[in-house]
Write a protein that binds this ligand. Structure first.
Ligand SMILES: [Zn+2]
Length: 121
């Protein structure tokens, strides 16, 4: 039975508002897409769709876990998280929940399980 395999791959990078507002970011992303299409061809794959969305690091309390470096959102400071846009539905695979424990910012995987935002809580 013939099937189609559709995969998701998330990327992230840090940028500045001025790069977003200018065309430098468009050029950077266009060049990336050209190169990724060439790479995918080697594996008989196609780039189905891609999009980029931006989140203010301070606004959403996004940082890296101090233990494992995973992107995380400090839910102690931002208990509401992201809005419920469809575009944000998979973001929790990239930006884990997290919080503060013993003066360290830790993702849900590294927090003690008794912490409100700990993985097992
Ligand atoms: Zn972690």
């Amino acid at each position: 039975m013939k099937q189609i395999a559709i995969g998701k791959m998330f990327t992230y990078f840090y940028t500045e508002s001025k790069e977003i507002e200018g065309c430098a970011l468009d050029d950077r992303l266009d060049n990336f897409r050209i190169e990724i299409r060439e790479l995918l061809k080697k594996y008989d794959m196609e780039l189905g769709e891609s999009w980029t969305t931006f989140f203010g690091l301070e606004k959403f309390s996004i940082t890296n876990c101090e233990k494992c470096d995973q992107l995380m959102m400090n839910r102690d400071k931002n208990p509401a998280g992201l809005n419920d846009s469809e575009l944000n539905a998979d973001i929790n695979m990239v930006i884990l929940d997290g919080g503060e424990s013993d003066n360290k910012l830790l993702c849900e995987e590294c927090l003690p399980f008794t912490h409100r935002w700990g993985h097992s809580s």
